[in-house]
Design a protein around this ligand. Sequence first.
Ligand SMILES: [Zn+2]
Ligand SMILES: [Zn+2]
Length: 377
Amino acid sequence: MDSMTKRDYYEVLGISRDAGNDDIRRAYRKLARQYHPDVSSEPDAEARFKEVTEAYEVLNDSERRQMYDRFGHAGVQNGGSGMGGFESGPFGFGIDSLFENLFGGARTARRGPRRGADMRYHMVLEFEEAIFGVEKEIEVTRQAVCSRCNGSRSEPGTQPTRCPVCGGSGEIRRTQSSFLGQFVSVSECERCHGRGNIVLDPCKECRGQGSVRAPRKLEVRVPAGIDEGFHLRLSGEGEAGDPGGPPGDLFIEFSIKPHSVFRRMGQDLHLEMPVNIAQAALGATIEVPTIDGITELRLEPGTQSGDTLRLRGKGVPNLRGGPRGDQIISWSVLVPRNLTEKQKQLLRELGDTLDVPNPDDHEERGFLDKLRDAFGL
Ligand SMILES: [Zn+2]
Ligand SMILES: [Zn+2]
């Protein structure tokens, strides 16, 4: 609310400027009841309620009231607690509990049947399984509804009895008086943990828990293209909930074993492919592995180490049904080791001819020119 358009706090509360603290409280209590958004049918009830509460917070605090009297809204703009935020009421408790206090009502602490906990399962996949998908049977040990008592927690033939502490409501109410009215605090009954009943003759199978840990086999369909960091959610396959409550979910996380030659980067597969100097210099037809099998590729003459070639659509399928990624081949030109005498001789002869730069090879010439410039050769 802009301070220029803000209404005078005394006017908001409908009190005179010399009103005492009791007048302020009485006025606030009356207006709060009138504009509380849960009970008021007036369209601007919420805004009015905030206005009223803000006015009360300032005028009920003698220091801030003094500032307000001297400087108006500007005097209390940045002052202290509660202004504008409405996170807490005048007494430090939440505004919801303020309403409860004012109206003697209370939100219930009694809980419904609790949902079961979520579970995690770690699955290790072969490299190809992650790429093409796989079906796997897994065994998960989890809390399952006890088959002897069907989750009732009581021996078959017996019934739980009403909790003597809370009388079956599952909650304990404590009432205090304050100037605003009845202060009602509600907490979960400690005897029955909010259930409202207690088991006198617990089920022998689950010892009164209503559920037992039991292994269960599940068929999991891993989609093509799954990667580490993804998870699969199997709805309702987690721990059993309270009787009547839904089970939790099962989350499957993945580790993927490395491949002997491929490296996966997102949807692309990288392969470093060795070729010898003759193949690289003269060009050749090379058999190259892909994840789908061997394929033949033409290696261009003059290929250098680190040159790459992209095979479109030979990568990892898209989890969401888009096109497959690519395979990227990085050529690695190997310098031969352990040469025979004959090979050495051939290389020497080749080397003698390479000492004289080929005038047609502009790249080579360019580099030699740079060397001469740099070292004054
Ligand atoms: Zn049982
Ligand atoms: Zn109880």
